[in-house]
Every structure is written in structure tokens, then in C-alpha cells.
Write a protein that binds this ligand. Structure first.
Ligand code: AQP
Length: 336
């Protein structure tokens, strides 16, 4: 059976970067026959970045992340959805992998260097993040991992960990492949520069208030090639057009590009259309989120059922791993 796995952090409000880069593919792969899809709210990853972790909010955010994924189309009858901490085998496997992973492989990770450079005191967990991520994936022997391209380097390390293990302890894990949304592998922030990230504060939240979204779109940087209205402009350099291409039909984008090039429309019109097209996609998600919020038991039940199903797979892998790793099996007391 082919297996898909991915995780999403409960570190704040999910944004359209998470949605386009990863969640859209969670749903698409979850609907494919012949694949088992496993998705996890990775609550043990959240405290690795002290700037994004809040013990008062962690449980609520974990529930909310599951709720938003269900509102975005994840069907817990078709996929396994659960909270990472409900399947403790993830951290057990992560420890075994930690003992087998060279320190230098972890210190060269771009995300580690980036995040660590902003902290006064760097938790060891931030360094170990990719090892826990490898354990999250490999404990299910998953071969396909839908993520944004910011995770490409972490997937390389997961493959290396699998390869090293298979060589040393015998064939156990597949080498998991990154599965990108080719149309939106890295969604830029509303500033048009850095990747859209919760920690940078350049996001559009999936459930954000419409007035607040419009305020962000209205003030998005304009096309740098159109300083004066008479300038021809270049939609290829315009972040507004980029966002439009995520949400509008390609025919509409093509017509608008032509109109824009012959100066028939200005950026404000494109921004208004972007708002309109984006809300067409986001409104149904909000409606489903409201319905789930009125009935949180549905989300809690889905997580409970998901953890039970995930744990059955994780336990079987750990039995195999413990034996291959050479640990003393637990002894069953004889009755005599
Ligand atoms: N801007 C993005 N474009 C495409 N994909 C993205 N992802 C995140 N941002 C973008 C993908 O979303 C999935 C879940 O991400 P995460 O929970 O690991 O959070 P993150 O990558 O840490 O998201 P942020 O907002 O960037 O958080 P901070 O600021 O804390 O680092 C992943 O598959 C990710 O690739």
C-alpha cells in the first residue's frame, strides 16, 4: 500500500501559504484510491521554536489546526488525522534516529540557521526538528510527503536517515519523496518578498476577517515596472498577479494580463478581482469551519479515531525497529 504522510504545526492561524503549498495536496492525495493518507498536527514540533510556542494556547491551537484542515476538505473517513503527541512512538523513534544522525548534518540545515539566528538561547529541539520529522514520516513507512518547498531540505535528511538505517540494520524504510504543489511551491508574503510565514507576520489567514484581508491586498506592493500609469508594466513581476494566478481561472488571468498590458486596467482593479476570486475559495472553508466550531465533538472524535488507527501502524514499526536495533525484548513473566 502506498502511503502519504504530512504534518502541520499548531503554532498560529493557518494561512494561504499553508493551504496552497500543502493542504490542497493533503485533500487531493487523501481522495486518491490505492493510497493511505496520514496527516498529523505536530504539536511536539511547536515548542522547538520558543517564539511560536505558548503553553496556554497549544491544546486549543492543535484542535483548531485539525478543525481548519477538516474545513478545508480533509475527510476523516478517508484519511487518518491525529495529534502527534497522541502517538508516543514518534518520539521514541526520533530518539533512536537522534543517536544515528551526525550533528553536522543538522547544523547545516537552512531553517535551523535561520531560526536559531533570531534566538538568544537556542533549544536543542530546534536542531533536532528534522530528526523528529523523519521519525514522523518513517514510522508509517510513508513514501510521499506533500509539503511546501521550504521543507525540501528536511526531506533530504529524512531520506538520508532512512538510507543509513537500511544499510546498517536491514531494509526497513522507503526513501520518502517530496510532493510539491507545482503551481504554488512557495507562496510569497503579502509584502511580495519573503515566504509567507506566521513568524514573519506577512500572512493572509485562511479564516481572517474579510476587511482585514482587503486592507492587506489593497496595500500590496504594486508592479515595480509600472511607476506611471503610462508605463507598460510587467505582470510577471507583480505579486498581485501572482496571487491572482493562485485563485482565478487561467482564462481570466490571461484576459486581465492583456488588458493590463494595454493599460485598460490598473492595479486597483486587479486587486479587487483578486479579493473577489480569493473569497470565492475561502468562504466555503469559513462556513464549514463555523459548522465544525458549533460541533467540536466531531473534530475530537476524528482525532481520537485517527490516533487509534495511526498507533496501530506505529506500534508495528517500533516492534520491528527495536528488534533490529538490538534492544532487549520485554519479558513476559512465566506463571510457574
Ligand atoms: N509560504 C508557503 N508556501 C508554500 N508552502 C508553505 N508552507 C508553509 N508556508 C508556506 C507549508 O505548509 C505546511 C505546514 O507548515 P508548518 O506547519 O510546518 O509551518 P511552517 O512552515 O513553519 O509555516 P510558517 O508559517 O512558515 O511558520 P513559521 O513562521 O513558524 O516557520 C508545510 O508543508 C510547509 O512547507
Amino acid at each position: 500500500m502506498k502511503r502519504v504522510f504530512s504534518g502541520i504545526q499548531p503554532t498560529g492561524d493557518l494561512h494561504i501559504g499553508n493551504y496552497l503549498g500543502a493542504m490542497v495536496n493533503y485533500v487531493a492525495l487523501g481522495n486518491q484510491l490505492g493510497r493511505e493518507a496520514i496527516y498529523c498536527i505536530v504539536d511536539y514540533h511547536a515548542p522547538t521554536n520558543p517564539a511560536a510556542y505558548d503553553k496556554q494556547l497549544l491544546a486549543q491551537r492543535t484542535l483548531e489546526a485539525a478543525l481548519v484542515n477538516m474545513a478545508a476538505g480533509l475527510d476523516p473517513d478517508k484519511v487518518i488525522l491525529f495529534a502527534q503527541s497522541h502517538v508516543p512512538e514518534h518520539t521514541e523513534l526520533a530518539w533512536i534516529f537522534t543517536t544515528q544522525t551526525p550533528y553536522g548534518d543538522l547544523t547545516r540545515m537552512t531553517q535551523f540557521k535561520d531560526k536559531a539566528s533570531k534566538l538568544e538561547s537556542v533549544p536543542a529541539g530546534l536542531l533536532m526538528y528534522p530528526v523528529l520529522m523523519a521519525a514522523d514520516i518513517l514510522i508509517y513507512k510513508a513514501d510521499t510527503v506533500p509539503v511546501g518547498d521550504d521543507q525540501t531540505q528536511h526531506l533530504e535528511i529524512a531520506r538520508e536517515i532512512a538510507r543509513r538505517w537500511n544499510l546498517e540494520y536491514g531494509e526497513t524504510f522507503p526513501e520518502p519523496q517530496t510532493y510539491l504543489n507545482q503551481d504554488a511551491p512557495r507562496v510569497p508574503g503579502v509584502d511580495g518578498k519573503a515566504k509567507m510565514s506566521k513568524s514573519v507576520g506577512n500572512t493572509i489567514g485562511l479564516l481572517e476577517d474579510e476587511a482585514s484581508i482587503w486592507a492587506k491586498i489593497r496595500t500590496m506592493p504594486d508592479d515595480p515596472a509600472r511607476i506611471r500609469l503610462s508605463d507598460p508594466g510587467d505582470p510577471g513581476r507583480s505579486v498581485v498577479f501572482k496571487f491572482l494566478s493562485y485563485f482565478a481561472a487561467p482564462e481570466l488571468v490571461a484576459v486581465l494580463r492583456q488588458e493590463y498590458a494595454r493599460r485598460g486596467v490598473g492595479t486597483l482593479v486587479v486587486k479587487e478581482l483578486l479579493m473577489q476570486e480569493m473569497m470565492k475559495k475561502l468562504r466555503p472553508i469559513r462556513q464549514r469551519a463555523d459548522a465544525l466550531r458549533a460541533n467540536p465533538e466531531r473534530v475530537l472524535d476524528a482525532l481520537e479515531d485517527g490516533a487509534r488507527r495511526a498507533r496501530a501502524i506505529a506500534k508495528a514499526t517500533m516492534e520491528e525497529v527495536r528488534e533490529k536495533f538490538g534492544l532487549l525484548p520485554r519479558h513476559t513473566k512465566s506463571k510457574a
